[in-house]
Design a protein around this ligand. Sequence first.
Ligand code: 5GP
Ligand code: MG
Length: 368
Amino acid sequence: MIKLHDKHFKPFLSQAQVQAAVKNVADKIAADYKDETPIFVGVLNGAFMFVADFLKEYQHPCEVSFVKLSSYSGLTSTGIVETLLDIPVNIKGKSVIILEDIIDTGRTLKELVHLFSNTHVKEFKIATLFHKPSVYNGEYKIDYIGMEIPDKFIVGYGLDYNELGRNLKEVYQLNQNTMINLVIFGKPGAGKGTQAEFLKSEYNLKHISTGDVFRYNIKNNTELGQLAKSYMDKGDLVPDEVTIKMLQDEVEKNPQAKGFIFDGFPRTTAQAEALDAFLDSKDMKINATIALEANDEVLINRLLERGKISGRPDDQDENKIRNRFEEYNLKTAPLITYYEGKNKFYSVNGIGEIAEITKRLKAVIETL
Ligand code: 5GP
Ligand code: MG
């Protein structure tokens, strides 16, 4: 992963793949033009690297020139195309072959065609290293294509993001989903809270502890709090939709977050499915579910120690602790299966120094 200005880009094409696409164009053009002397016109700035490598693959008589247009600002085509360097002189009667780095919507191409419209050239052909067929307007036939690519913003090999990235030998693709959403679970005492604190600051994530969210809504008598309370007063379980709504509020309250840590939810497969559906509706997803694991004896000692300080009665009674573990095992087992099925489950050893455990969590997150 690389960073240019504010955006992250992930590897898309290796140097070898790019060179194969260059050779592909050169070979096709050579098959048609090796017996005459075409003039290749590179479109600056993006095509400079392509033109250089193309010519090394095209070992037949030819001339080379450049034009310069500009249409992109940031990540999307502005639609405004300016001529900054005009067409070469003395092209009348020659075969002109445009060398473009990339043809996207085709707006720039239209301008190019106009530029050459009254030049009385023998032939006018268009070659591009990369082409995005899914967004192309299809107005003109593209004669030679090195490689078709999906509608993703790419950089490298001459292509820039606000002028950076042109000197990369490989091609990278915009990583659109830089959000990291985690589900964290672990038995009482496993260190979820401690580690969530670290993840929050390291990755600018928002920690959503379901218990806290419930307490907040009930204490502040919010609409959802009242609704939840109406079920609890009757001794009923709060329906998942109500909990999801509360989580949704938390997500919407934090539009600047780079992601969320869901803690205490989901607790059942049905809840996991509901969470997925909600995230999907926001074009978000869970990237990883991390279980902080530690063996029961270690945790019991930790909790008993904690109980001595905090005075929490349920942390002072070994039998109660064991019951909570039992409940955890029963409830999380199906969730592990659920997330394993999606290749999103990670088990992290929760025994050791706090900093050491943090490192293990970081190692998991860095792979996402
Ligand atoms: P079009 O006019 O076909 O929409 O866009 C053509 C020009 O926009 C290209 O010459 C290039 O400068 C820029 N462009 C289109 N797609 C991309 C892309 O994925 N990455 C970069 N860096 N520039 C692009
Ligand atoms: Mg260009």
